[in-house]
Design a binder for this molecule. Structure first.
Ligand SMILES: Cc1ncc(COP(=O)(O)O)c(C=O)c1O
Length: 424
């Protein structure tokens, strides 16, 4: 019998999908579900995006939606590079040649697995990590070597630096490190010292560093966004992945980018972009207009204007929701990471009868049994964000994708649900 490839057979389904049938059933019974389970921002996409689409209003039978440059539209690369130069220190020499447009951060990550690695190579990734990395790397048979960060250490890299050093020096199959900063699912933001440590390991062992910075400007408490693009000593080793999906709340645009100073990566990555010919022109035009609007605002800063960019407005909204959810969880004595960025938080829901709670079973319980005034909450069991078996079993991930009021109500219901589960 014909058989699909073993590589793809070995890859799991998205953990987000597992519990959907239970959610559908609850909804059909009239239950209101607060969805804290997916990273789909609810913040409106900035209006310049949709304004740019208006140029296509009205019928014009002679119009053709053509392929555009495989590298991406120059106007979008220019906007993305300008924005990045205005928000990241020490990259004044960056040009549009250092940027290639991809269909979301997803295409960038999956292409990088082919461009940087041979099948059988390994890549170190701090866990918990964005579960789709398993697919992006798995299709090219690149093995993820997880290094576990701890919720009690707020998922910091500090404690795993020596472990990473040990792995890369002992295992010559390790060819790279992949970090997500700010982190999904942790909400962690790495310090300058942590990034310098990683840079030293990358330099000393001549590794690739992929930095997934799709949430880069979503950092709270007045922190400045930090990018590994600023670390000059590892310029040739570094590839940064970016996207309009989260920061500009434009997931449907499917527009992302890589930024790198490495000429060979740029040249060879382009071959893969050429094979898929072109990304959507219309979405690129709209994204360029949207990023340009923020570039104009940032440029006016020099003249004392204080208008916030759309990304900063989104950041402030996520910050309020984060604070609301975190404080409620703490009030109920639930251990959780303190998110310093992105739109997620991991909470540990404890034990039942002396055994760590199975978070997936808890998530099902919330959908199947637990109601407060006909409402319940959907969250994601965090185990699938870990590669090490048994890790994160009693952890859940919350996404701040509902407004502050709804986040508060949903988090209260969640805490009551945890209590009820323990006592049932
Ligand atoms: C950490 C991380 N990287 C990459 C992506 C991919 O996003 P997109 O392909 O929409 O740019 C996501 C989406 O949730 C993410 O959370």
């Amino acid at each position: 019998m014909v058989e699909v490839s073993e590589r793809v057979r070995n890859i799991g389904f998205s953990p987000m999908r597992k519990l959907l049938p239970f959610a559908e059933k609850a909804k059909s019974e009239g239950v209101q579900i607060f969805h804290l389970n997916i990273g789909q921002p609810d913040i409106p996409t900035p209006t310049p995006y949709f304004d740019a689409l208006k140029r296509y209003d009205g019928a014009d039978s002679n119009r053709v939606d053509e392929y555009v440059k495989s590298q991406g539209l120059d106007e979008l690369r220019k906007a993305f590079v300008e924005y990045t130069k205005l928000t990241v220190e020490g990259i004044d020499d960056m040009t549009i040649d250092n940027c290639l447009i991809t269909e979301g951060g997803s295409e960038a990550l999956s292409n990088l697995s082919y461009v940087l690695f041979e099948p059988g190579d390994k890549i170190v990734v701090p866990e918990p990590f964005y579960a789709n990395y398993n697919t992006f790397m798995g299709v090219n048979d690149v093995e993820i070597v997880p290094c576990t960060t701890d919720i009690r250490e707020n998922f910091s890299l500090r404690n795993i630096v020596s472990e990473i050093k040990r792995i890369v020096s002992e295992d010559k199959k390790v060819k790279g490190i992949l970090i997500t900063n700010p982190g999904n699912p942790t909400g962690g933001v790495y310090t300058a010292e942590e990034l310098d440590e990683i840079a030293r390991i990358v330099k000393d062992n001549d590794l690739w560093l992929i930095a997934d910075e799709v949430y880069r400007e979503i950092v709270f408490d007045g922190e400045n966004p930090r990018s590994v693009l600023s670390i000059k000593s590892i310029r040739e080793n570094t590839i940064v992945v970016d996207s309009v999906s989260k920061k500009w709340s434009a997931c449907g645009a499917r527009v992302g980018a890589i930024f790198t100073y490495n000429e060979s990566v740029l040249e060879n990555f382009l071959k893969l972009l050429q094979s898929r010919l072109s990304a959507s022109r219309v979405n690129q035009e709209a994204s360029a207009a949207m990023i340009d609007a923020d570039v104009s605002i940032l440029k006016k800063r020099a003249n004392g204007h204080n208008e916030p960019t759309s990304v900063e407005l989104a950041r402030d909204e996520y910050s309020r929701r984060r604070k609301a959810a975190y404080e409620i969880l703490k009030k109920h004595g639930i251990l959780c990471g303190y998110p310093k960025g992105a739109l997620y938080l991991i909470a540990e829901i404890g034990e039942k009868d002396g055994i760590p709670i199975d978070a997936e079973d808890f998530c099902r319980f919330m959908l199947e049994e637990f109601r407060v005034d006909g409402k319940t909450v959907m969250v994601t069991a965090a185990e699938s964000f870990y590669k090490t078996p048994g890790k994160g079993k009693n952890q859940i991930r919350l996404a701040f994708v509902l407004n502050e009021e709804k986040t508060k109500e949903a988090t209260e219901i969640l805490c009551k649900g945890i209590e009820a589960y323990k006592n049932k």
